[in-house]
Design a protein around this ligand. Structure first.
Ligand code: NDP
Length: 229
């Protein structure tokens, strides 16, 4: 399967790249500017790994990349919308800088929308999937104050998942919002209990159909367990 992963530089994105490569998939790893860590994988995996410049806020760049792949008659089996920021952490509404809200929407919501808009025509491999990496912070049921832009963008991302699902269901494409767990990454911090590699295994298992997402809405954690909307 050919898998496109955004935000592949570090954290969960990087771990999903490694996990997918180990499982024999061809990976197109998108990063604003490839990290040394990501570049370091190239020697080991050669043509199985393609690193591409991909800023999810740059629609022209995304369109150009999709057009290049299309010209080469390339196809995709999965798109993983992983790139995101957690801006204005623990900030009260009174202190919120609206620029943080705008930037969060631009990356966390409009990013996946731009990527799907341009790459969906390539998503033609059997068992194709779109994985939107969401968060428990987007659960309205468990809403908490403080991470306003982050939580709201993830709730909206879950809505995008449901909208998309009804648009592509007939084509046999699965669309899932996944909470990857509280992970030890730059975003999650050192005290987080979950190894992002563990989360990446669950996400790949969902893509490969080894784990079937449960529940009414396609919002699950990395083990496939239903998350509250
Ligand atoms: P990190 O902060 O560790 O990494 C974020 C990644 O996103 C980096 O590779 C970064 O690239 C990339 N990125 C940010 N902005 C852009 C952009 N404009 N274009 C392309 N790439 C961009 O995050 P995690 O690995 O922890 O998080 C991965 C996903 O999991 C996110 O969707 C997050 O919301 C979600 N999540 C994380 C949790 C956690 O505990 N960590 C909990 C729940 C959900 P660069 O290196 O260039 O900055």
């Amino acid at each position: 399967m050919n898998i496109l992963i955004t935000g592949a530089n570090r954290g969960l994105g990087y771990e999903m790249v490694v996990e997918a490569l180990e499982r024999g998939h061809h990976v197109i790893a998108g990063a604003r500017q490839a990290s040394q860590k990501l570049a370091g994988l190239q020697e080991q995996y050669g043509e199985q790994l393609e690193t591409v410049q991909l800023d999810v806020t740059d629609e022209a760049g995304i369109a150009a990349l999709a057009a290049t792949l299309k010209e080469q008659d390339r196809t995709l089996g999965a798109i993983i919308n992983n790139a995101a920021i957690l801006a204005a952490r623990n900030t009260s509404i009174e202190e919120l800088d609206m620029n943080d809200v705008l930037q969060s929407f631009d990356i966390n919501l409009f990013g996946p929308m731009r990527v799907v808009k341009h790459f969906l025509p390539l998503l033609t491999e059997p068992g194709a999937a779109i994985m939107n990496i969401s968060s428990e912070a987007g659960s309205i049921t468990n809403a908490y104050p403080g991470d306003y832009p982050y939580g709201i963008t993830k709730t909206a991302l879950n809505m995008f998942t449901q909208q998309l699902l009804s648009a592509v269901k007939e084509r046999g494409v699965q669309v899932v919002s996944v909470h990857p767990g509280w992970m030890k990454t730059d975003m999650g911090g050192e005290q987080a209990p979950t190894d992002p590699r563990q989360s990446s295994k669950g996400i790949l298992d969902i893509i490969e159909g080894r784990i079937v997402p449960q529940g009414k809405f396609n919002f699950v954690d990395y083990t496939g367990k239903e998350m509250p909307i």
